[in-house]
Design a binder for this molecule. Structure first.
Ligand SMILES: Nc1ncnc2c1ncn2[C@@H]1O[C@H](COP(=O)(O)OP(=O)(O)OP(=O)(O)O)[C@@H](O)[C@H]1O
Length: 691
C-alpha cells in the first residue's frame, strides 16, 4: 500500500531529469514517491510476430487452467483472472445512414462502413494506442472493445476474445473501466466525493468502509489529485479544478474498482501538453502495474508517443499498422516512406495516413497511398495468419511477472449485480441529492424569493376578499389560482433537474453503480422537505391576507391540500422529464400535462358541459381533486344565502368530501410517480448484445 499520509505531491511523483518530466523507461525498475516499481518485461512484439503474440496472449493472459472454463466467461471464471488480454480479429462495423429528402419515400438508406477489417490485441502490463485522423474510426473501435456499441444502429462482424474466450458482455463491462471523451460528473461535488460515491457503491458490500476509503486515498494519490481532493469539480459557469484534473477524476471514478482493463477515449483532448503528458504518464504507470491499457489518441507530442508500447493505426476505417510503437517508423520506411530527421513520429504517421481533401489531385494521391498502405498491411497479415493454427509449445507461453505493486485484480468485484446493498445505495444517493440541492444556493434562494413575491402580490391584490361573504365567486377564483400557481411553481422548479443529471445517471447506471429505484426514491425524498417549507410559507401569507375560513383545522387542511397539489405537479413533471431526452422537451411535455389538468379541473367548464369523449381527462386531472378538496374545505361547512347559487352548486363540485378528494389526489400522485419511475427505468443506454 502507498503511505497516503506521506504521499508526495503530483509533480514530485513524476520521474524527472533536470526538471523535465520524462517518459518512463520500458523495462527498468523506477522509483515513484519512494516506492520501487518493477515493470513487466515488455513483450517487444513487432509487426512480424504480431500473430504469434495475438495467439500467445489469447491463450495465456490468464493464470488459470484454461480447460476448466467454458467457451464464454462466467463471473466465477472471470474472478480467477489476475490480468486481462483482449484480442480481436477482422472487426467490421457499418452504420445505416439516411440520405435524400424529408419525406420517407424520398429517403435512401445506405450502409456506411466505419471499420473495414481491424485486427489486434492488447496485453497486460502494456499500453496500446489507437491512432488515426479525424473520422478514422478510433472511437468506434474503442467503444466496440469496451462492449458499449449502441443497439440498433450498427452492423458488426468479427471475432473478439478475452483471455482466449468469448466474452459475456455484462460481466465484461463490470471488469472494465471505460473513460469517455466527455467528462460527465456533478460540478458541485468535490473530487473526493465523486470517487467516494464510486467506491462505496461499486466495491463489494463485504469490504469494510475504511478499506474503501483507503482505496479512494490511494487512487487520489496515484492520479496526483491530492492537492485538489477537497475542491469542487466545477463547470463552465463555476470554476473548479483544471481540465487535466477533471480528466484524471474521470479516470479515478473508474479506477477505484481496480479494473484490470482500462479503455480511454481521447484522454488528452482539451489538455495542454504538460497536463496531457501527466495524464499519459499516469496511464503508463497503471499499465506497468499489470493493467491492460488501451487509449485512442489524436496527434500526441513525441514524449507521449514514446510512452506507447503498441500502436494500431487506422485510416478511413482501414488498418494500416499494428505492432510495436517503436517499430512503426522502420516499418513505413521499409515501404518507402522514411520519417524525416528530428520529426515527431506521431506527426509523421498521421501525415502519412490522413486523407487530404484540399484539392482533387491531393485527394487522389492520398487515397492511393492509403490503399497501398492498407494492402501492404493486409499482405503482411495473411502471411502470418497460417501460423495461428500451429500448436503452441509451453516455452512460448508468456506469463506476466508479479511485481511488488501488482494489484490483486478482480478481488474488488463483488459477485452480485450491484456491489452495494440497496439500503446503502439509497443512503449514499440521498446524501448526494441533499448536498447537491443545498449547494445550489442560488436555486434555493430563488425558490424562496419566488414564493414570497407570489404570496405577497396575491395577498395585496385580494386583501380581505374572503372576509366579504358577498364575494364568494372571487374566493373561488382565488382558490383556483392558488393551486395553479403552486403547480406551475413546483413544476418549473424541478423540470430541468432530471434532464440535467441524465447523462451522469446514464453513465453511472451503465457501470452498475446503483439501482434506479434507489436513485429515484432518494431524489423524490430530497425534494419533499423544501416543498413542505415553501408551501407552508406561501399558505401563511396568502391564507390570512386574503381572509379565508379562520379556523385552525381549515387552515391546516388547506396546507395539506396545497402540499399534495404541488407534490402531484412535481410527479407529473417528473413523468414528463424522465421520458424526455432534453430539458426543452421535458418542459413542453410537462406544460401540456399541467394545462390539460387545469382545463379539466372543473373551474372553466363543469363536468356536464365537457365533451363526453374528453371528459375522462378530469378523472386523471390532479387539479380537479385539488380544486374540489379546496372548495369543500372552504365552503362545505358554510350556510349559503342561496343554495342554487352556492359555489359548490355553481361549480358542480363532487360529493367525495375533503377526505375523499385528498385520497384521490394521493392515488393520482402515486400513479404519476410510478409511471415516472417506469419511464426512468426504460430510459437507459442500450448496447449491442453481440461481440
Ligand atoms: N451513428 C453514426 N451515424 C453516422 N455516422 C457515424 C455514426 N457513428 C460513427 N459514424 C462515422 O464513422 C466515422 C468514424 O467515427 P469515429 O467517431 O469512430 O471517428 P474517430 O476516429 O474517433 O474521429 P474523431 O477523432 O474525430 O473523434 C466518422 O466518419 C463518423 O461520422
Amino acid at each position: 500500500m502507498i503511505p497516503v499520509e506521506s504521499a508526495p505531491d503530483e509533480e514530485a511523483s513524476l520521474p524527472k531529469a533536470n526538471g523535465q518530466v520524462l517518459s518512463l523507461p520500458d523495462s527498468k525498475p523506477y522509483d515513484v514517491g519512494g516506492v520501487r516499481f518493477v515493470p513487466f518485461d515488455p513483450l517487444n512484439s513487432t509487426i512480424d510476430d504480431e500473430f504469434a503474440e495475438f495467439r500467445r496472449h489469447s491463450l495465456s493472459g490468464s493464470l488459470i487452467d484454461q480447460a476448466s472454463i467454458g467457451p464464454t466467461l462466467t463471473d466465477k471464471a472471470l474472478a480467477s483472472f489476475k490480468t486481462v488480454s483482449i484480442s480481436w480479429r477482422d472487426i467490421r462495423v457499418s452504420v445505416q445512414t439516411q440520405t435524400g429528402g424529408v419525406l420517407p419515400c424520398t429517403k435512401k438508406v445506405e450502409l456506411k462502413p466505419i471499420l473495414r477489417g481491424v485486427t489486434g490485441c492488447a496485453q497486460p502490463g502494456r499500453m496500446l494506442a489507437i491512432m488515426g485522423g479525424s473520422g478514422a474510426g478510433k472511437s468506434t473501435l474503442l467503444t466496440l472493445l469496451a462492449g458499449r456499441m449502441p443497439a440498433g444502429e450498427y452492423e458488426i462482424s468479427g471475432e473478439l476474445l478475452v483471455n482466449g474466450h468469448g466474452r459475456h458482455l455484462n460481466t465484461f463491462r463490470r471488469i472494465t473501466g471505460f473513460v469517455e471523451q466527455e467528462d460527465r460528473m456533478f460540478a458541485e461535488l468535490t473530487v473526493r466525493e465523486q470517487l467516494e460515491i464510486s467506491a462505496r457503491c461499486r466495491l463489494p458490500a463485504s469490504m469494510p468502509l475504511e478499506q474503501k476509503m483507503r482505496r479512494v486515498d490511494q487512487v487520489i494519490y496515484e492520479l496526483g489529485l491530492s492537492k485538489v481532493a477537497d475542491t469542487k469539480v466545477g463547470s463552465f459557469e463555476s470554476r473548479g479544478i483544471s481540465g487535466g484534473e477533471r480528466k484524471r477524476v474521470s479516470i479515478g471514478i473508474e479506477l477505484v474498482t481496480n479494473p484490470p482493463l482500462l479503455l480511454l477515449d481521447e484522454p488528452t483532448s482539451g489538455l495542454d501538453s504538460f497536463h496531457a503528458q501527466a495524464v499519459m504518464l499516469t496511464m503508463l504507470r497503471l499499465a506497468r502495474e499489470g493493467r491492460t491499457i488501451i487509449a485512442t489518441i489524436h496527434q500526441p507530442r513525441s514524449q507521449i508517443f514514446q510512452m506507447f508500447d503498441d500502436l494500431l493505426l487506422l485510416s478511413e476505417g482501414y488498418q494500416v499498422y499494428l505492432g510495436s510503437a517503436k517499430e512503426m517508423v522502420g516499418y513505413f520506411s521499409q515501404l518507402g516512406y522514411p520519417c524525416p530527421a528530428y520529426y515527431n513520429p506521431a506527426d509523421f504517421a498521421l501525415d502519412l495516413i490522413s486523407l487530404s481533401t484540399h484539392s482533387k489531385m491531393l485527394e487522389e494521391q492520398t487515397r492511393d497511398r492509403i490503399a497501398y498502405l492498407e494492402a501492404s498491411f493486409s499482405r503482411h497479415r495473411k502471411e502470418k495468419e497460417a501460423k495461428l493454427d500451429e500448436p503452441l509449445d509451453d516455452a512460448m507461453v508468456v506469463k506476466p511477472k508479479e511485481t511488488p505493486r501488482l494489484l490483486s485484480f478482480l478481488t474488488c468485484i463483488g459477485e452480485r449485480k450491484y456491489s452495494a446493498r440497496w439500503v446503502e445505495q439509497f443512503v449514499i444517493l440521498l446524501r448526494r441529492s441533499w448536498d447537491l440541492m443545498l449547494r445550489d444556493r442560488a436555486n434555493v434562494l430563488a425558490r424562496f424569493l419566488q414564493i414570497l413575491v407570489y404570496a405577497l402580490v396575491l395577498g395585496l391584490i385580494w386583501m380581505n376578499t374572503g372576509r366579504n361573504s358577498s364575494d364568494e365567486r372571487a374566493v373561488v377564483g382565488i382558490l383556483f389560482y392558488l393551486i395553479v400557481n403552486q403547480s406551475f411553481g413546483a413544476a418549473f422548479s424541478i423540470v430541468f433537474t432530471y434532464p440535467m443529471e441524465r447523462s451522469i445517471v446514464l453513465r453511472e447506471r451503465t457501470s452498475r453503480t446503483y439501482q434506479v429505484s434507489a436513485y429515484f426514491l432518494a431524489k423524490s425524498l430530497t425534494e419533499l422537505p423544501l416543498l413542505i417549507v415553501l408551501v407552508l410559507l406561501y399558505s401563511c401569507i396568502t391564507y390570512w391576507m386574503v381572509g379565508l375560513e379562520p379556523q385552525a383545522s381549515t387552515f391546516f387542511t388547506f396546507v395539506v391540500i396545497l402540499t399534495l397539489t404541488a407534490h402531484a405537479a412535481e410527479s407529473i413533471t417528473l413523468l414528463a422529464s424522465t421520458s424526455a431526452k432534453s430539458p426543452k422537451t421535458a418542459a413542453s411535455f410537462a406544460a401540456i400535462m399541467i394545462v390539460l389538468s387545469l382545463l379539466f379541473a372543473g373551474f372553466f367548464i363543469g363536468p356536464n358541459a365537457m365533451p363526453v369523449w374528453l371528459s375522462w381527462i378530469r378523472f386523471v386531472s390532479f387539479l380537479s381533486y385539488a380544486f374540489a378538496a379546496l372548495m369543500t374545505n372552504q365552503f362545505g361547512s358554510l350556510p349559503s344565502s342561496n343554495s342554487d347559487t352556492s359555489p359548490m352548486q355553481l361549480f358542480d363540485v363532487n360529493s367525495f368530501g375533503v377526505g375523499g378528494n385528498i385520497g384521490f389526489l394521493i392515488m393520482l400522485d402515486i400513479a404519476y410517480r410510478s409511471i415516472a419511475y417506469v419511464g426512468l427505468l426504460l430510459n437507459k443506454q442500450r448496447f449491442q448484445k453481440s461481440l
